[in-house]
Ligand binder design. Sequence first.
Ligand code: URA
Length: 234
Amino acid sequence: MRTELLELSRRLRRRVRDDRAAAWKLSPAAESGAASDPALRLRRLAERIEACRLCGLGAARIKSVPGVGCPRARVMFIGEGPGFSEDRRGEPFVGRAGELLDRILAAIGLSRETVFIANVVKCHPMKDPAARDARANDRPPAPEETAACRPYLDEQIAIVRPAVLVTLGLSAARCLLASEEPMGRLRGRWSKVVVAGSELDLLPTYHPAALLRNPALKKDVWADMKALKSRLEA
Ligand code: URA
Protein backbone atom coordinates (compact mmCIF):
# COMPACT_ATOMS: atom_id res chain seq x y z
CA MET A 1 0.00 0.00 0.00
CA ARG A 2 2.77 2.38 1.08
CA THR A 3 4.79 1.49 -2.05
CA GLU A 4 1.73 2.08 -4.22
CA LEU A 5 1.16 5.50 -2.64
CA LEU A 6 4.79 6.44 -3.13
CA GLU A 7 4.62 5.34 -6.77
CA LEU A 8 1.40 7.34 -7.27
CA SER A 9 2.92 10.44 -5.75
CA ARG A 10 6.03 10.03 -7.90
CA ARG A 11 3.87 9.74 -11.04
CA LEU A 12 1.84 12.81 -10.06
CA ARG A 13 4.99 14.84 -9.46
CA ARG A 14 6.38 13.73 -12.83
CA ARG A 15 3.08 14.60 -14.54
CA VAL A 16 3.00 18.07 -12.96
CA ARG A 17 6.61 18.64 -14.02
CA ASP A 18 5.87 17.52 -17.59
CA ASP A 19 2.71 19.65 -17.83
CA ARG A 20 4.61 22.67 -16.62
CA ALA A 21 7.35 22.06 -19.10
CA ALA A 22 4.84 21.65 -21.93
CA ALA A 23 3.35 25.02 -21.05
CA TRP A 24 6.80 26.59 -21.59
CA LYS A 25 6.48 28.63 -18.44
CA LEU A 26 8.98 27.06 -16.10
CA SER A 27 9.57 28.46 -12.66
CA PRO A 28 13.27 28.82 -11.76
CA ALA A 29 12.99 25.63 -9.64
CA ALA A 30 11.42 23.66 -12.49
CA GLU A 31 13.95 25.15 -14.87
CA SER A 32 16.83 23.73 -12.83
CA GLY A 33 15.06 20.33 -12.60
CA ALA A 34 14.56 20.41 -16.37
CA ALA A 35 18.29 20.23 -16.92
CA SER A 36 18.25 16.66 -15.64
CA ASP A 37 14.84 15.53 -16.94
CA PRO A 38 15.56 13.44 -20.06
CA ALA A 39 11.94 13.51 -21.29
CA LEU A 40 11.91 17.29 -21.23
CA ARG A 41 15.35 17.55 -22.80
CA LEU A 42 14.21 15.24 -25.61
CA ARG A 43 11.10 17.36 -26.18
CA ARG A 44 13.18 20.52 -26.39
CA LEU A 45 15.58 18.83 -28.77
CA ALA A 46 12.59 17.74 -30.89
CA GLU A 47 11.52 21.39 -31.15
CA ARG A 48 14.96 22.38 -32.37
CA ILE A 49 14.88 19.55 -34.91
CA GLU A 50 11.45 20.69 -36.14
CA ALA A 51 12.85 24.18 -36.73
CA CYS A 52 16.11 22.93 -38.28
CA ARG A 53 17.05 23.95 -41.84
CA LEU A 54 20.73 22.98 -41.72
CA CYS A 55 20.29 20.88 -44.88
CA GLY A 56 17.76 20.82 -47.70
CA LEU A 57 15.64 18.00 -46.21
CA GLY A 58 13.81 20.31 -43.81
CA ALA A 59 12.26 22.32 -46.63
CA ALA A 60 10.50 19.40 -48.36
CA ARG A 61 9.41 17.09 -45.56
CA ILE A 62 6.00 17.27 -43.89
CA LYS A 63 6.96 16.39 -40.30
CA SER A 64 10.33 16.00 -38.67
CA VAL A 65 10.84 12.60 -37.05
CA PRO A 66 13.06 13.09 -34.01
CA GLY A 67 12.61 9.71 -32.30
CA VAL A 68 10.41 7.86 -29.88
CA GLY A 69 10.62 5.70 -26.78
CA CYS A 70 11.84 5.55 -23.25
CA PRO A 71 13.94 8.60 -22.27
CA ARG A 72 16.15 6.31 -20.16
CA ALA A 73 16.22 3.28 -22.46
CA ARG A 74 19.11 0.82 -22.10
CA VAL A 75 19.10 0.22 -25.84
CA MET A 76 18.73 2.62 -28.74
CA PHE A 77 17.83 1.37 -32.24
CA ILE A 78 19.04 3.63 -35.03
CA GLY A 79 17.65 3.49 -38.56
CA GLU A 80 18.48 5.42 -41.70
CA GLY A 81 15.81 8.08 -42.04
CA PRO A 82 12.06 8.58 -42.21
CA GLY A 83 10.07 7.38 -45.21
CA PHE A 84 6.63 8.27 -46.58
CA SER A 85 4.58 7.04 -43.57
CA GLU A 86 6.97 8.41 -40.96
CA ASP A 87 6.93 11.82 -42.67
CA ARG A 88 3.16 11.92 -42.18
CA ARG A 89 3.12 10.65 -38.59
CA GLY A 90 6.28 12.28 -37.21
CA GLU A 91 7.25 8.92 -35.69
CA PRO A 92 10.02 6.53 -36.78
CA PHE A 93 9.34 3.07 -38.19
CA VAL A 94 5.56 3.19 -38.59
CA GLY A 95 5.36 1.66 -42.08
CA ARG A 96 5.74 -2.03 -42.99
CA ALA A 97 9.38 -2.10 -41.86
CA GLY A 98 8.23 -0.61 -38.56
CA GLU A 99 5.62 -3.33 -38.04
CA LEU A 100 8.37 -5.89 -38.52
CA LEU A 101 10.65 -4.01 -36.12
CA ASP A 102 7.86 -4.13 -33.50
CA ARG A 103 7.66 -7.92 -33.94
CA ILE A 104 11.44 -8.28 -33.67
CA LEU A 105 11.44 -6.23 -30.44
CA ALA A 106 8.56 -8.28 -29.01
CA ALA A 107 10.44 -11.52 -29.74
CA ILE A 108 13.10 -10.52 -27.21
CA GLY A 109 10.73 -8.97 -24.69
CA LEU A 110 11.23 -5.32 -25.79
CA SER A 111 8.83 -2.74 -27.16
CA ARG A 112 8.63 0.79 -28.52
CA GLU A 113 8.01 1.93 -24.95
CA THR A 114 11.07 0.26 -23.41
CA VAL A 115 13.68 1.10 -26.07
CA PHE A 116 14.48 4.37 -27.88
CA ILE A 117 14.13 4.45 -31.67
CA ALA A 118 15.88 7.13 -33.71
CA ASN A 119 17.25 7.68 -37.19
CA VAL A 120 20.49 9.01 -38.61
CA VAL A 121 18.55 11.83 -40.29
CA LYS A 122 15.36 13.28 -38.87
CA CYS A 123 13.67 14.39 -42.10
CA HIS A 124 12.45 12.33 -45.07
CA PRO A 125 15.11 12.13 -47.81
CA MET A 126 13.19 12.22 -51.11
CA LYS A 127 14.40 11.48 -54.63
CA ASP A 128 12.08 14.22 -55.90
CA PRO A 129 11.27 16.76 -53.18
CA ALA A 130 8.64 18.33 -55.45
CA ALA A 131 6.63 15.08 -55.35
CA ARG A 132 6.30 14.57 -51.63
CA ASP A 133 2.93 12.82 -51.98
CA ALA A 134 4.43 10.17 -54.27
CA ARG A 135 5.20 6.69 -52.94
CA ALA A 136 8.59 5.06 -53.62
CA ASN A 137 10.17 8.52 -53.46
CA ASP A 138 12.65 7.53 -50.72
CA ARG A 139 16.43 7.62 -51.01
CA PRO A 140 19.31 7.15 -48.58
CA PRO A 141 20.54 10.37 -46.97
CA ALA A 142 23.50 12.08 -48.65
CA PRO A 143 26.75 12.37 -46.64
CA GLU A 144 26.25 16.11 -46.09
CA GLU A 145 22.70 15.50 -44.80
CA THR A 146 23.97 12.81 -42.41
CA ALA A 147 26.74 15.13 -41.24
CA ALA A 148 24.33 18.02 -40.66
CA CYS A 149 21.99 15.82 -38.61
CA ARG A 150 24.64 13.92 -36.65
CA PRO A 151 24.80 16.37 -33.70
CA TYR A 152 21.09 15.69 -33.04
CA LEU A 153 21.71 11.95 -32.84
CA ASP A 154 24.70 12.51 -30.56
CA GLU A 155 22.58 14.71 -28.33
CA GLN A 156 19.85 12.06 -28.16
CA ILE A 157 22.45 9.49 -27.13
CA ALA A 158 23.88 11.89 -24.54
CA ILE A 159 20.39 12.48 -23.06
CA VAL A 160 19.11 8.88 -23.08
CA ARG A 161 22.49 7.36 -22.12
CA PRO A 162 21.75 3.85 -23.47
CA ALA A 163 24.22 1.05 -22.74
CA VAL A 164 23.82 -0.40 -26.24
CA LEU A 165 23.25 0.98 -29.73
CA VAL A 166 21.78 -1.26 -32.42
CA THR A 167 22.16 0.10 -35.92
CA LEU A 168 19.60 -1.00 -38.52
CA GLY A 169 21.06 -1.18 -42.01
CA LEU A 170 24.14 0.12 -43.73
CA SER A 171 23.62 3.90 -43.48
CA ALA A 172 23.33 3.79 -39.68
CA ALA A 173 26.22 1.33 -39.23
CA ARG A 174 28.51 3.39 -41.45
CA CYS A 175 27.51 6.62 -39.77
CA LEU A 176 28.23 5.34 -36.24
CA LEU A 177 31.28 3.24 -37.09
CA ALA A 178 32.76 5.57 -39.72
CA SER A 179 33.39 2.40 -41.74
CA GLU A 180 33.16 1.63 -45.43
CA GLU A 181 32.81 -2.14 -44.92
CA PRO A 182 29.81 -3.95 -46.48
CA MET A 183 26.81 -4.88 -44.34
CA GLY A 184 27.60 -8.60 -44.49
CA ARG A 185 30.90 -7.95 -42.67
CA LEU A 186 29.57 -5.40 -40.19
CA ARG A 187 26.47 -7.19 -38.93
CA GLY A 188 26.59 -9.22 -35.77
CA ARG A 189 30.00 -7.84 -34.75
CA TRP A 190 30.06 -5.94 -31.47
CA SER A 191 32.14 -2.74 -31.40
CA LYS A 192 32.87 -0.04 -28.88
CA VAL A 193 32.07 3.51 -29.95
CA VAL A 194 32.57 6.78 -28.11
CA VAL A 195 29.66 9.19 -28.45
CA ALA A 196 29.49 12.47 -26.55
CA GLY A 197 32.33 11.33 -24.28
CA SER A 198 30.76 7.98 -23.32
CA GLU A 199 31.82 4.54 -24.49
CA LEU A 200 28.94 2.39 -25.75
CA ASP A 201 28.54 -1.11 -27.14
CA LEU A 202 27.29 -1.12 -30.71
CA LEU A 203 25.75 -4.00 -32.64
CA PRO A 204 24.95 -3.58 -36.33
CA THR A 205 22.15 -5.66 -37.81
CA TYR A 206 20.13 -5.67 -41.00
CA HIS A 207 17.41 -3.10 -41.62
CA PRO A 208 13.87 -4.56 -41.30
CA ALA A 209 13.17 -3.38 -44.87
CA ALA A 210 16.00 -5.66 -46.03
CA LEU A 211 14.26 -8.59 -44.31
CA LEU A 212 11.03 -7.75 -46.14
CA ARG A 213 12.93 -7.93 -49.43
CA ASN A 214 15.00 -10.96 -48.46
CA PRO A 215 13.48 -13.17 -45.71
CA ALA A 216 16.62 -15.37 -45.75
CA LEU A 217 18.30 -12.62 -43.66
CA LYS A 218 15.91 -13.27 -40.77
CA LYS A 219 18.10 -15.94 -39.21
CA ASP A 220 21.03 -13.51 -38.93
CA VAL A 221 18.85 -10.86 -37.33
CA TRP A 222 17.47 -13.45 -34.92
CA ALA A 223 21.05 -14.38 -33.93
CA ASP A 224 21.81 -10.67 -33.42
CA MET A 225 18.70 -10.17 -31.28
CA LYS A 226 19.60 -13.15 -29.11
CA ALA A 227 23.09 -11.64 -28.64
CA LEU A 228 21.47 -8.32 -27.71
CA LYS A 229 19.18 -9.99 -25.18
CA SER A 230 22.13 -11.76 -23.54
CA ARG A 231 24.07 -8.48 -23.42
CA LEU A 232 21.14 -6.70 -21.76
CA GLU A 233 20.69 -9.51 -19.24
CA ALA A 234 24.41 -9.74 -18.39
N1 URA B 1 13.33 3.24 -42.31
C1 URA B 1 14.19 3.86 -41.46
O1 URA B 1 15.39 3.69 -41.55
N2 URA B 1 13.66 4.65 -40.54
C2 URA B 1 12.35 4.85 -40.39
O2 URA B 1 11.96 5.58 -39.49
C3 URA B 1 11.50 4.18 -41.27
C4 URA B 1 12.00 3.39 -42.22
